[in-house]
Design a protein around this ligand. Structure first.
Ligand code: LMR
Length: 392
């Protein structure tokens, strides 16, 4: 019976949206779910996307079904940005399909991993909570390794150990850039080493690239992904346009598969298609079509890249200001300056997280993860004072 179902907890990250909305204080601060905000504390639609949407409305002559793979013009237009302009499909070895956001892509990728007979997935800890949730739902075992050390640097010994200890039938999930939730990314030298270690192993890499362009730049943020792909025979790549095109609720993502023999690609992708059909049939069209229109138009592409540069610059400015505050109460904020993307973790205790909410109206994840884009030059001093107050 339906009444046999157990009550499920609300998703802790998404619940923060409501908690913040329900707080009547005018000076409350939302550092919760990963949404970019301008210095005026809003999340406008990208100008390039608005223009593309207008073109879409004016020119789209049908909304008939496209098939489980979605808008392949969108999927292919992204490829030079993800895989490089020289050989975007690596000689016919890469093919993709559209998915509902990065989560849809991860869901398909991990279901394909399961269907292909992989038993376990190696995941750095901490990771985006939905990674583990999807694995649990699919019945994939998760093997964890420590992603970062207390000093805010990557834990390379842990990743080396995890790869060395891997068994036949293991896959590994890596964050391509802007690690969620820590903001701590592998350096180029570390990616080089990881790519070499994976090449010597039988581990299947699944790379989640959800924040390309928000770290160091579109090309720079693809470094690790491209190094790994150049070294291994097969991989799955989960891509999200939610952040770098600001399309969050329109759910725009893609799944790409790389195989060693191009002759196997259609067979592999047919599994993505059949899994999509069983899950959502076909992805929502609007956002992907808008991205395609941007990428097909030189002026709109330039406008989009410029808007993305400004986002990144603003987040760097906030990070520099946080880092300059250094020791603040009981925590050292200086490592945040060298971290990437929307997120960083401040080592708050659970009680301090609660005090930040109840006493100061400042909302962020229970893990101590803050969304740095929620800070502006207008509220950052208030945030720093609150941090000093609860941790001092
Ligand atoms: C986040 O981690 O806040 C974002 O990826 C949004 C989400 O869906 O959790």
């Amino acid at each position: 019976m339906l009444t046999d179902l157990q009550q499920q907890p609300a998703d802790a990250l998404l619940a923060l949206i409501k908690l913040h909305n329900d707080d009547p204080r005018a000076d409350k601060i939302d550092l919760g779910v990963g949404v970019y905000r301008t210095g005026r504390d809003n999340t406008p639609v990208f100008g390039a996307i608005k223009a593309a949407e207008q073109i879409l409305v004016d020119t789209q002559d049908s909304k008939a079904y496209l098939g489980p793979e979605g808008d392949m013009g969108f999927v292919k237009a992204l490829m030079p940005y993800v895989f490089g302009k020289d050989s975007p499909d690596m000689g016919g070895r890469i093919e993709g399909m559209q998915t509902p956001g990065g989560t849809g892509s991860l869901r398909l990728a991990l279901a394909m991993v399961k269907r292909a007979g992989y038993k376990r997935i190696i995941v750095g800890k901490p990771s985006w909570p939905n990674h583990n949730q999807i694995c649990a739902d699919l019945g994939l075992g998760v093997v964890e390794f420590s992603h970062a050390k207390a000093d805010g640097t990557t834990d390379m010994d842990a990743v080396r150990g995890a790869i060395a200890a891997a068994e036949e039938g293991d896959a590994i999930l890596l964050h391509g850039c802007c690690h969620n939730p820590t903001g701590i990314d592998y350096s180029h030298a570390e990616w080089d080493e990881i790519a070499g270690l994976l090449a010597e192993s039988k581990i299947l890499p699944v790379i989640d690239l959800a924040y390309q362009g928000l770290g160091q730049g579109m090309e720079e943020d693809a470094y690790g992904l491209r190094r790994v792909l150049a070294a291994v025979p097969e991989a799955l790549i989960c891509y999200s346009c939610d952040k770098n095109f600001g399309l969050y609720r329109d759910r725009v993502g893609a799944l790409y598969a790389m195989v060693s023999d191009p002759a196997d690609l259609a067979k592999v992708m047919s599994n993505g298609h059949s899994l999509a059909r069983a899950n959502w049939s076909q992805p929502p069209d609007h956002g992907g079509a808008a991205v395609r229109i941007v990428l097909e138009d030189e002026a709109l592409t330039a406008q989009w890249l410029d808007e993305l540069d400004k986002m990144r610059d603003r987040m760097r400015e906030v990070r520099a200001k946080l880092a300059a505050a250094g020791q603040t109460g009981g925590v050292d904020l200086s490592p945040l300056g060298g971290q990437n993307g929307l997120f960083s973790i401040i080592p708050f205790t659970p009680e301090q997280v609660q005090a930040m909410r109840s006493k100061h109206g400042i909302y962020f994840a229970g893990s101590g993860r803050i969304n740095v884009a929620g800070l502006t030059m207008g509220n950052i001093e208030q945030f720093l004072a609150a941090v000093a107050d609860v941790t001092g």
